[in-house]
Structure formats: C-alpha cells, structure tokens
Design a protein around this ligand. Structure first.
Ligand SMILES: C[S@@+](CC[C@H](N)C(=O)[O-])C[C@H]1O[C@@H](n2cnc3c(N)ncnc32)[C@H](O)[C@@H]1O
Length: 409
C-alpha cells in the first residue's frame, strides 16, 4: 500500500517548505463580472461542463491543503480541496506493473517532442502506468495569485523532478510560465470520491512526465484512463501500433467537426492541430469526415436496443448487424478506435448469437474475447459463450421471433 498523506515528511522536497500548507478561500469574493465570466467558462468548458455552477459561492466556501504523496519510487505534489481530501482513501493500491521499455520520448516533425513506440504493440496493450508529478483542482477559488500557488506546488518537488516538470513545453502566451506549463500539459482527471457535495470539485489538472509528452491526434492510437484507487494513469493502445510510430492521445472529444475541434483546441491549449486527420485535401473531404464523426457521435443514442431488435419481427434480421459494420468502417476511416470500437464487435457477436448462426457467432465472439486483453471478467464471459454457445442468454431469440434466416453479409 502507498501512503496518501506524507504530511510529516516531504522527504525529498525542499526543507523550507511547510510539510502541509493551507490556502483559504478569497477573503472578499471577486466582483460579479469576474464571477459571470468564470461561470460562462465553466458551463461551456467541455472538461467541466457544469450547467449550474456558481463561482461566487465556490470561492466563499473553499479551502485547500498542499501535500506530497509518496509512491514507491516517485513523489507527487498535490493541492486538494479539503472537501475532496477528506474523502480520498487513506492509502492507494499499488498500480499493476508497467511494461518495460515500450516507448521513448523523441522529436516529432512538427509538434515538438512526442512519445514513440519501441516495439510493435497489439490493440489493447498497456503502454505505460504512471503517477502524476503534480495535481491541482481544475477550478481554484483562492485569494492568492495562481502563479504563487503553482510556485508552491513546483517547489515541493525534489530538484530533479522540478527540473523535469519545468522542462515540459509551454504553449500559453497569456499567463505566467508555471501556469502555462500546467495548462499546456495537464490532463483533466476526476478524483472519484464518494458523496462529494459539489461535483465540480472532483475535476483536477494532473501533469505527468511521460504521458504529458503525448501529442494530440484527432484519430489517436492510444487512450488514457485515470484510476483514483491507484492514483495513476493507464495508457493503452486502441489499435495496433507499429515500432517507431508516434503514440498519440485525444485532448478533446474528436467527434466534433474539424472546425469545432480546432476552435476547442485553440481556446483550451492554444495550438492549431496538425494531425493527419485534420490535413484533408478538400472541402468535400472535410464535409465527409465531419458527417462521419457526427454519425459516430450519435450512433448509440439512435440505435434500437438489442432486445427490441431481437423481439421485433418487423425489424430485418440484418438491420442491426449492418449498422455495427457501418460503424466499424467509419471508425477505421476516421481513426477513431478510441470510441470503444470493441463494443461493436461485441454487438455483432451477440446479433449472430441471437440468430443462432454458430459459425459467425464463434468468429465474432472469438474476436471480441481477444480484444479484452485487460478485462478478465469480460474475457471469461466470452470464453464461456464460446465453449458453449447456447449459454449466450439471447441464443436464437431473433431467429425465433423473426422466423427468417439471415442472408450472409
Ligand atoms: C502536452 S504537450 C505535448 C508534448 C509537446 N509536443 C512537447 O514537446 O513536450 C502539448 C503541446 O504539443 C503541441 N501539440 C500537441 N499535439 C499537437 C497537434 N496535434 N498539432 C500541433 N501541435 C501539437 C502543442 O504545442 C501543444 O501545446
């Protein structure tokens, strides 16, 4: 187990730093026009998306603690709202061991440094597991300049870690250097604590020494997930990655149109996306890509539920399967495997099961099982269905209710 609170020993932090430092809310609330501006930002910010946020109230009621979290061979400087801190577990589980030497940081052609694969990786493989080097609330209602707060956080790290943090890139032009480094490199994580009174309190900025070197792509080949239980990030390949290929993630939701993506990336991160999915040759190509992404965005919302399709004799036997094949084609075209492409594979297997098509059920359930490299529970479910297909709960439903055979797709 890993100790959460090293209040008494910031072992490698500068000795002049208090072990546990407290910031209080602003003594006088900011003027109404500032609150109105921040409220508007929060409601429109895709990371926060809090429709009824009240910044005035927020700053009146918040106070914070600063601590160092010690992990086996690493430390993080962490600023937390006391309301969140009190709800975090006392200890964190150790993360599952990271794979060795699967990436390196190197120069890209146009986007500064980036992360590159050192070997071929199949879809679903774990690229790295990493603790953050610093964490701070996304929204700070504090009566101290933000630059001072970040200086305090950076100053709590060992000189080596602080140098590495300071070495990260800075794309911001409208703020202090440390704030620029944080805003350029932080990923928005949720510290999932039970029964938190204000939901906006759970969103934090977390900076990572390796993952923060990943550039954005609108068709990323990797996805990251935050795990509060281990206080770490897991970076996973969402499609096969070749040795030497750059490993990319998405900074924003990539089902938006190209124009919207560019506007969001510009307003949040101050850069113009140069990824290959944005470099389209014509207006027609842009229109097609936008329409495909919009169709993927609404796919699950407009899809008839599996049970409804099974039990409705009017719905064609191949109607649902065709939709999932189309989705897989669109995902491949746009490089959006990050949108849980494996869910469509699962769904196709289930459809064939409900049609009692043994051959295609076996083929697709096998593919679904292989895609679940790190999900032991789901792997077991598909393994069970594969060894005994009639144990699939909806086996033969559609065939029974439709009374028709499916022509091969
Ligand atoms: C989190 S850093 C990524 C690592 C960075 N390239 C470096 O050298 O450390 C984010 C910055 O990388 C650059 N960047 C990331 N993705 C990009 C993209 N798709 N197109 C252009 N620049 C990108 C931008 O300057 C952005 O502000």
């Amino acid at each position: 187990m890993i100790a959460k609170d090293c209040a008494s020993s910031s072992s490698s932090g500068p000795s002049s730093s208090p072990a546990r430092c407290r910031f209080s809310a602003a003594p006088t609330p900011p003027p109404p026009h500032v609150c109105a501006r921040i409220n508007a930002q929060v409601t429109s910010d895709p990371v926060l998306a809090r429709p009824n946020f009240d910044f005035d109230q927020h700053v009146r009621s918040r106070s914070y603690t600063m601590q160092n979290f010690a992990f086996e061979d690493f430390e993080a400087a962490v600023l937390l709202d006391e309301g969140v801190e009190s709800l975090l577990p006392e200890t964190f589980h150790p993360p599952c061991p990271a794979p060795l030497y699967t990436f390196e940081i190197g120069a890209t052609e146009n986007d500064g440094l980036g992360m590159f694969a050192l070997k071929d990786m199949p879809a679903g493989s774990l690229v790295l597991v990493e603790h953050p080097v610093m964490v701070a609330p996304y929204l700070l209602g504090i009566g101290v300049p933000l630059a001072d707060v970040y200086a305090e956080i950076f100053g709590r790290l060992s000189p080596d870690l602080c140098d590495e943090l300071m070495d990260l890139s800075n794309s911001m032009e409208d703020c202090d250097l440390l704030e620029g480094i944080v805003r350029t490199n932080a990923l928005g994580i949720q510290l999932e604590v039970p029964d938190v009174p204000n939901p906006e309190l759970t969103t934090h900025r977390a900076v990572f020494l390796n993952t923060s070197r990943c550039n954005h792509s609108c068709g990323p080949n990797a996805r990251w997930e935050w795990d509060t239980n281990t206080f770490s990030l897991y970076l996973t390949a969402v499609r096969p990655i070749r040795k030497g290929e750059e490993i990319t993630i998405q900074y924003i939701a990539c089902t938006q149109s190209r124009k919207e993506r560019h506007a969001t990336l510009h307003s949040l991160y101050n850069f113009t996306c140069a990824c290959k999915y944005c470099a389209l040759p014509s207006h027609d190509a842009i229109r097609t890509s936008d329409a495909t992404r919009a169709a993927l965005e609404s796919f699950w919302r407009v899809l008839p539920p599996f049970e409804e399709w099974c039990l409705d004799p009017i719905m064609a036997p191949d109607a649902l399967i065709k939709r999932h094949f189309d989705a897989l084609k669109m995902i491949k075209q746009e490089g959006l495997q990050v949108l849980d492409a494996e869910k469509h594979v699962d769904a196709i297997a289930m459809c064939y099961g409900s049609l009692a098509d043994l051959e295609l059920f076996t083929a697709w359930a096998g593919r679904a099982k292989d895609a679940k490299l790190h999900d032991a529970k789901q792997t077991l479910v598909f393994a069970k269905w594969l060894s005994n297909p009639v144990s699939f709960p909806a086996w033969g439903w559609k065939k029974t209710f439709c009374g028709r055979e499916l022509g091969k797709l």
